[in-house]
Design a protein around this ligand. Structure first.
Ligand code: SER
Length: 441
């Protein structure tokens, strides 16, 4: 039986529930705090409880599946592993159990429920730095855990420094040493552990017992917590022996639905085409999740991220289909297909009433931007036909008069073979600055 996303989620939550964890709802992707834009980790919405400021109403052992957005990954999307919204399977001890329970508990899930060969598991632990001594408990617990499973722990438990094995939720706040669990996916029978592609990190158990203040000082919390996080899509990729998250059941279905709505044949796409199809699919999926959090496209903060995602989706859909009068309608059909597939697990983006608001947000912006894009591309094509070069003045005119975003006009100019004047960005920024100064005066 294959490991579908839904089955993995059920097995994870079921195991954690059997081990005394209350299943809670994940938070929306809108950050619970003002310092960052989006929810970036499963622990993020739980900060007040992990901090010991409040008792969580569901108790001291919690588990959930949290949608997370890491905006730094947006430009990587299209490769085999990056997604704008990914889901994190997590379990927490809020001042309840600590390392001696957490480590065998994680090992039991991976090797028991998920059937991973314990001989393929390798871990890292915190080696200490000039602030905090090495974690000498985690290695002992790991040794015992491996031995009890009949596995020789030699070479499997690797101490690394703070760059690798200290987790924090930003420059200040909760943090602590962690132990990361890797699976060996290479052919080598007795590999030496190193951060190489033969090892895939699947789970991070953070022993969250410190708090960093604004002045950089570190205090030990009164309460010892555990915060674990495992990327759902990456786990699905590994459990099914795939080499890309896009081969896993839900994402593969999404890709084929979007390809069919775009009327493109996946099997005939080249590398750039595959990348574009993944971008359209990812960005509509993420766009729906972000819109479902009550965020609207705008020129700043979360709204800007949403706008950028929709614009890129429109742009890449156009690259796949070519010039097209019906682009907006096609994208709206794509959005509906994404809503149908993701709505099976994400009720706030589902077809019908549940996801109506999110779909409407995406649809409006798509229509608006498709018109802009059309005008921008037509204008640029005419310029190219007349032999005009792409320089800062042209980029500025397109952005200023047509609203055609500079990052897209430059990309399109390159694609249609216009000559690009070196240093055009500097001239563009000067013109933009002059215009801003004029509008201020
Ligand atoms: N907070 C840790 C992470 O995001 C473990 O959940 O990796």
């Amino acid at each position: 039986m294959s490991w579908t996303i839904e089955r993995i989620e059920q097995v994870f939550l079921g195991y954690m529930e059997e081990h005394g964890h209350a299943i809670i709802e994940g938070h929306s992707v809108r950050s619970p705090t003002d310092d960052v834009l989006f929810t970036t980790a499963g622990m993020h919405p739980l900060v007040p409880y992990l901090h010991g400021d409040e008792a969580h109403p569901a108790g001291k052992r919690l588990t959930d599946v949290q949608r997370c957005v890491r905006t730094t990954d947006i430009d990587e999307v299209g490769d085999d592993t990056h997604l704008t919204v990914f889901e994190m399977l997590g379990n927490w001890s809020i001042g309840d159990y600590f390392k001696e329970t957490s480590i065998p508990q994680s090992f039991g899930l991976l090797t028991g429920e998920f059937g991973i060969d314990p001989h393929s598991l390798y871990v890292t632990v915190f080696a200490g730095d000039d602030e905090v001594p090495a974690d000498d408990e985690a290695p002992i617990i790991w040794e015992r855990t491996f031995r009890e499973a009949g596995v020789d722990p030699t070479g499997r438990i690797n101490p690394l420094g703070a760059d690798d094995n200290w987790w924090s939720n930003g420059p200040v706040g909760l943090c602590g040493p962690d132990t990361e669990i890797f699976v060996h996916v290479g052919d080598n029978e007795a590999p030496a552990f190193a951060d190489i592609p033969e090892f895939v990190e699947i789970w991070n158990n953070v022993f969250m017992s410190y708090d960093r203040a604004e002045d950089g000082s570190l205090t030990v919390l009164d309460q010892r917590n555990v915060d674990t996080g495992m990327g759902l899509e990456r786990l699905a990729m590994f459990l099914n022996d795939h080499t890309s998250v896009w081969e896993t059941d839900e994402l593969a279905l999404l890709l084929s639905e979007v390809a069919s709505a775009l009327a493109v044949d996946q099997s005939s796409l080249d590398e750039d085409g595959i990348r574009s199809l993944r971008i359209v699919t990812d960005h509509l999926r993420a766009g729906l999740a972000i819109a479902a959090a009550g965020i609207y496209p705008s020129a700043s903060r979360q709204g800007y991220v949403l706008r950028k995602l929709i614009r890129r989706a429109v742009r890449h859909a156009e690259l796949l289909r070519g010039t097209d009068e019906n682009l907006a309608d096609v994208l709206i059909e794509c959005t509906q297909r994404v809503s149908s597939v993701m709505g099976q697990r994400w009720p706030d983006v589902a077809p019908g009433e549940g996801g109506a608001a999110a779909r409407e947000t995406i649809e409006k912006e798509t229509r608006k931007f498709s018109r802009t894009l059309r005008r921008g591309v037509d204008h640029l094509t005419q310029e190219a036909e007349q032999g005009t070069v792409f320089d800062g003045d042209l980029a500025f005119t397109l952005a200023d008069t047509l609203g055609y975003p500079v990052e897209l006009s430059a990309e399109e100019a390159t694609r249609i073979g216009m000559s690009i004047v070196p240093g055009w960005e500097k001239r563009y920024l000067e013109l933009r600055e002059e215009q801003r100064a004029r509008s201020r005066s």
